[in-house]
Design a protein around this ligand. Structure first.
Ligand SMILES: Nc1ncnc2c1ncn2[C@@H]1O[C@H](COP(=O)(O)OP(=O)(O)O)[C@@H](O)[C@H]1O
Ligand SMILES: [Mg+2]
Length: 255
């Protein structure tokens, strides 16, 4: 098997916040490599710093110390302008709240940010948006406003918007956190299919069901990565076996 390429590498990552006149340390010297093609899931208790870590790894926020190497740069010391450009060109983002624009249709929510990308013409963006709408089963409602759609449909639209520019890495922060069981399955199936087609994904979640989709799970506690589990590619048939495997591991991690 071919050696996996490292896409993102964090070393000695620290993040502290000012609190009550002192400092609280959320990330305290975290070392972490993320590999191309993986569906990496970061788990940890609520408040353990998962979102903080995702923000630091994606350049949405800056770590207090340490480095995040990506291509030839370091996200911790890069200028604000470089960071913004990098986020726009190389990264995609989905969140618990979909943040769709309420007065734009699903299709417009996908195409409008796509038009900002200089790599493609508007016509190419339109074509890709239509392909994504088809792939995500949204073609029949592409002219609906977000409020007319289910949570699962809205989140699938948010995924399409996040990948319209073909990001190297798709970041997801609790993307199923606001969804019911059926919509959760829909969105997880979509992420699984994208990953099977080659999309690298880094998702943080406290939902053990969402974590089952991972090819690699990293557990964080006390500001450090304390364990990891590598899994075979997800299939629906393997779910039961996986559930037992992941649940035993999470217990060992004191989840
Ligand atoms: N901007 C901030 N200022 C102060 N404290 C923060 C800030 N952001 C997060 N925290 C604190 O950092 C800890 C980790 O938060 P977070 O990364 O959101 O955890 P998780 O996503 O694992 O639930 C929490 O105790 C939270 O209150
Ligand atoms: Mg969080």
């Amino acid at each position: 098997m071919q050696e996996k390429q490292t896409i993102l590498s964090a070393k000695g990552l620290c993040k502290s916040f000012a609190h009550n006149g002192g400092q609280v340390h959320i990330l305290s010297g975290m070392d972490l490599d993320i590999y191309q093609g993986d569906f990496t899931v970061i788990m940890g208790a609520s408040g353990s710093g998962k979102s903080t870590l995702l923000y630091a790894l994606s350049g949405m926020d800056r770590a207090t110390a340490g480095s995040v190497s990506y291509k030839n740069g370091d996200l911790v010391t890069m200028s604000e302008k470089q960071l913004t450009a990098l986020r726009r060109s190389d990264f995609g983002f989905i969140f618990q709240q979909m943040h769709l624009v309420s007065n734009l249709t699903l299709r417009e929510n996908i195409t409008v940010p796509g038009y900002l990308n200089r790599k493609r013409t508007a016509a190419e963006t339109d074509r890709r948006a239509d392909e994504l709408l088809e792939q995500m089963g949204l073609s029949h409602i592409k002219d609906h406003l977000p409020a007319q759609c289910s949570g699962g449909e809205q989140q699938r639209c948010a995924v399409a918007r996040a990948i319209i520019h073909e990001p190297e890495l798709l970041f997801a922060d609790e993307p199923t956190g606001a969804l019911n069981k059926r919509n959760t399955t829909e969105v997880l199936d979509l992420l699984t299919a994208l990953n099977a087609a080659g999309q690298s994904i880094l998702m943080v979640t406290h939902d053990a069901r969402a974590a089952l989709r991972a090819s690699r799970i990293i557990y964080i506690s006390d500001g450090k990565a304390v364990g990891e589990l590598t899994l075979a590619p997800y299939t629906a048939e393997s779910e039961k076996h996986r559930e037992a495997q992941v649940s035993a591991w999470l217990t060992a991690m004191e989840w």
